[in-house]
Design a protein around this ligand. Structure first.
Ligand SMILES: *Cc1c(COP(=O)(O)O)cnc(C)c1O
Length: 394
């Protein structure tokens, strides 16, 4: 079944792009684990290479299992087309490089995923593409940084690890006024909770390693936009060599089938856990956009359908107290990454944000007692018991 505007998000996740396999009627699609394709004759060779007739030629440029994932993702994000990549960072770097040229300038929020932040610095040092960083909570201020070289506004919301929000509509409005392209990293929200393209964003990028594939099994990334932009981004993907292996593409496409259900459960588990921890005597503070105490809760209500599976909290005390909690958690594992079916948690000051300077950590609100949790799809009562027991040792 191809895209149908009338299908709801859960039905789209299951059915779009999927047809029973023509050879045997298999409901689960085969994995096209091949690098190349026999082309029936020279006329067809000419058509595929010179006239861009649809049809596969080499897996670095396209593969049927990749295509299945791309069709599902485009439908769920509400875009014309999508490209899958070998990692979230591959999608991000190929997209950014496609959109920029020599001497261009970028506007990006101060709180960014670490590797994206390093990539913008690398572009400046090695390629002469300058990035101006603005205060994440105050996107209205970007207007003063715009000049005739500004080409790209880069957003990421909610942010890692303290779940700050960027006002997408406000950013898009300013960008449109000045003819600037907007890119949104939607990884933390997932397309079930936040639809960037519907808000006027030009390209949505995501680490599909997280909620889209959803089982902590495959490293992969996606970009979604107009067919024309995706064609250019795929050309960059080929030059960088960022193709997604067919097996990982299959894991992604299969994971996508349950994304709507998984994210719904993660939203409700995370909200329940945020409320539980907010009222807990051993916890100083909880960061979760779904809590009324979140500074940008009103904005979260406006631009998100659900508040996501990610939350951060500060344990009273410091690293010793956090260590005691982790020593006694049984179900919840100490692990990086997010968006999967298992609840995992990490200590950003050591792991994900370990390379930042003490000043940068203070600026981003990253303390020794900050824990970031990615809430899974378990029964909430079990998560509750695990956290309550572990915190009783703090
Ligand atoms: C994980 C992540 C990335 C990078 O994705 P990879 O698949 O690890 O390359 C980018 N942005 C955000 C917000 C992420 O959480």
């Amino acid at each position: 079944m191809t895209r149908d505007e009338k299908l709801g998000p859960s039905t789209s996740c299951v059915h779009v792009g999927s047809e029973p396999d023509p050879a045997h009627g298999a409901i689960a699609p085969p994995i096209y684990q091949t690098t190349t394709y026999a082309i029936p004759n020279v006329g067809e060779l000419i058509a595929r290479y010179r006239q861009r007739k649809p049809g596969f030629t080499y897996t670095s440029t396209g593969n049927p299992t990749q295509r299945l994932a791309e069709i599902k993702i485009a439908a769920v994000e509400g875009g014309e087309d999508a490209a899958v990549f070998s990692a979230g960072m591959a999608a991000i770097t190929a997209t950014i490089t496609t959109l920029l040229g020599q001497g261009d300038e970028v506007l990006a929020q101060g709180d960014l995923y670490g590797e994206t932040f390093h990539f913008f610095h690398m572009l400046q040092e090695k390629m002469g593409v300058k990035t101006h960083f603005f205060d994440t909570a105050n996107v209205a201020k970007v207007e003063s940084l715009i000049n005739d070289r500004t080409r790209l506004l880069y957003l990421e919301t909610p942010t890692n690890p303290t779940l700050k929000l960027v006002d997408i509509a406000k950013g898009v409005k300013i960008a449109k006024k000045h003819g600037i392209t907007t890119v949104l990293d939607n990884t933390f929200a997932s397309p079930m909770n936040q639809r960037g393209l519907a808000m006027g964003v030009d390209v949505v990028v995501e680490s599909a390693t997280k909620s889209m594939s959803g089982h902590h099994q495959a490293v992969c990334g996606v970009a979604v936009s107009t067919a024309e932009r995706i064609r250019k981004i795929k050309s960059m993907r080929g030059q960088y060599g960022q193709t997604l292996d067919p097996f990982a593409a299959w894991l992604l496409a299969m994971g996508m089938q349950t994304m709507a259900l998984r994210v719904e459960r993660q939203n409700s588990n995370a909200l329940s856990l945020a409320k539980l921890l907010e009222g807990h005597p051993k916890i100083r503070r909880v960061h979760y956009p779904g809590l009324e105490s979140h500074q940008q809760h009103a904005l979260a209500k406006r631009q998100m359908k659900g508040y996501g599976g990610l939350l951060a909290f500060e344990v009273k005390g410091g690293l010793d107290e956090v260590t005691r909690m982790f020593d006694h958690l049984k179900l919840v594992k100490l692990a990086t990454s997010l968006g999967g079916v298992d609840t995992i948690a990490t200590i950003p000051t050591i792991s994900t944000h370990g390379s930042l300077s003490p000043e940068e950590k203070v600026k981003m609100g990253i303390t020794d007692s900050l824990v970031r949790a990615s809430v899974g799809i378990e029964d909430f009562e079990d998560l509750k018991r695990d956290f309550e027991e572990a915190l009783s040792f703090v």
